[in-house]
Design a protein around this ligand. Structure first.
Ligand SMILES: C[S@@+](CC[C@H](N)C(=O)[O-])C[C@H]1O[C@@H](n2cnc3c(N)ncnc32)[C@H](O)[C@@H]1O
Length: 349
């Protein structure tokens, strides 16, 4: 009599397809991002240090199930965020330190925002955005992105903190290094909660600033801008840059703003800046610039897809920026390149 195994012919092993494995890695990179997002959301790095601690202790401090947290931390060892030692103990690595809220290199807020259900469900509909050629945010969440933020303060707080991290880590150095020698009054248009402006005012003591964003955003700005030495040099205004921007500045900074908008709205925003600025003034766009020719540009190309899905914006090439400026009565005078974010400078045409 035949047993069940006699009927099963075990195939001779087929060589693994390199393409399938590579694709498997790409497809499952969302698991990696989810693990980083979960670690950030739980705040594990904030209760850890480079000295190993038992998982039970970490779990009790962040309020997590011990065995499940063990599994998360074990996965994070392969990402070089934590190190595992005997007896289920874990320590932070140098890279993991950047997941701490209080790290000077902190990206915790950005990891929480990218890992949030609002962001993840939007990107889950990327194929629809590509099919239709427009943003999916409203179909997915019931309101366009900025209106949604107004109605959902918790999501908005995550977004604003995420943007503050990007300002401090990616945008800060190219903007700070820009020559502000001839500037006096910088208007930070769509400046969020003012992280970038406060950094700018601290390193350039001759500058004064105006922080301009939606009223619900500027109602809770960086404490440094409302108290202390910087507060004397900074004014805070709420409003919509689709209607107008504060007048009288010589430098209009728009950091990661224009990429949120399609061409028609971008031209409107730039026209408002052109009308509001002093004649010798300039507009500075801090943006991840898309290369003019086909070449690797991972941040630009994938950020561009995020813009498509969220708000119908895009990452633009130098030529595209030049055309936008021209339509707004400005002229692209130069691009000061940075490692991720560059400064695209426009002056009166
Ligand atoms: C991607 S964030 C960039 C924030 C900040 N510049 C930074 O680099 O961190 C875009 C900003 O544009 C602001 N924004 C969106 N629509 C606006 C409007 N109509 N008027 C003024 N600000 C607006 C948002 O509130 C948000 O702070």
């Amino acid at each position: 009599m035949k047993g069940p195994t006699d009927r099963v012919s075990i195939p001779t092993s087929t060589p693994l397809s390199g393409s399938a494995i590579r694709l498997f890695e790409l497809i499952t990179s969302s698991w990696v991002a989810a693990a980083v997002g979960a670690a950030a959301e739980l705040g594990v790095a904030d209760v850890m240090s480079q000295v190993p601690a038992p998982v039970e202790e970490i779990a009790s401090r962040v309020g997590a199930d011990v065995d499940s947290l063990y599994r998360l931390l074990r996965a994070c060892t392969d990402l070089d965020l934590v190190r595992e030692s005997p007896e289920r103990c874990f320590a932070l690595t140098d890279l993991g330190e950047a997941l701490r809220e209080d790290s000077p290199a902190s990206m915790r807020g950005y990891a929480r925002w990218l890992g949030s259900p609002t962001e993840r469900t939007t990107m889950a509909h990327l194929a629809d955005a590509v099919r239709t050629g427009g943003p999916v945010f409203e179909d997915v969440h019931g309101l366009p992105a900025w209106a949604y933020m107004r109605e959902h303060p918790e999501a908005a707080a995550l977004f604003d903190q995420g943007m503050s991290d990007i300002s401090a880590q990616l945008t800060r150095s190219p903007v700070q290094d820009y020559d502000f020698g001839s500037s006096e009054l910088v208007v930070d248009v769509g400046g969020g909660r003012g992280r970038l402006l406060s950094l700018l005012l601290s390193v350039h003591p001759h500058l004064r600033g105006v922080l301009y964003d939606r009223p619900e955003v500027v109602s809770s700005v960086e404490p440094a801008l409302v108290r202390g030495e910087l507060a004397d040099r900074c004014r805070i205004e709420g409003g919509s840059f689709l209607d107008s921007v504060p007048a009288g500045g010589d430098t209009y900074l728009l950091a990661s703003v224009i990429h949120n908008w399609g061409d028609a709205d971008s031209v409107t925003i730039l026209e408002h800046c052109r009308r509001a600025m002093l004649p010798h003034g300039r507009v500075l766009l801090a943006e991840v610039v898309m290369p003019q020719t086909p070449e690797p540009a991972r941040t630009a190309k994938f950020m561009d897809l995020s813009m498509l899905a969220h708000c119908g914006g895009e990452q633009r090439t130098p030529d595209h920026f030049a055309k936008l400026f021209e339509r707004a009565g400005l002229r692209l005078s130069r691009i000061v390149p940075g490692p991720e974010v560059s400064v695209v400078e426009g002056v009166l045409a």
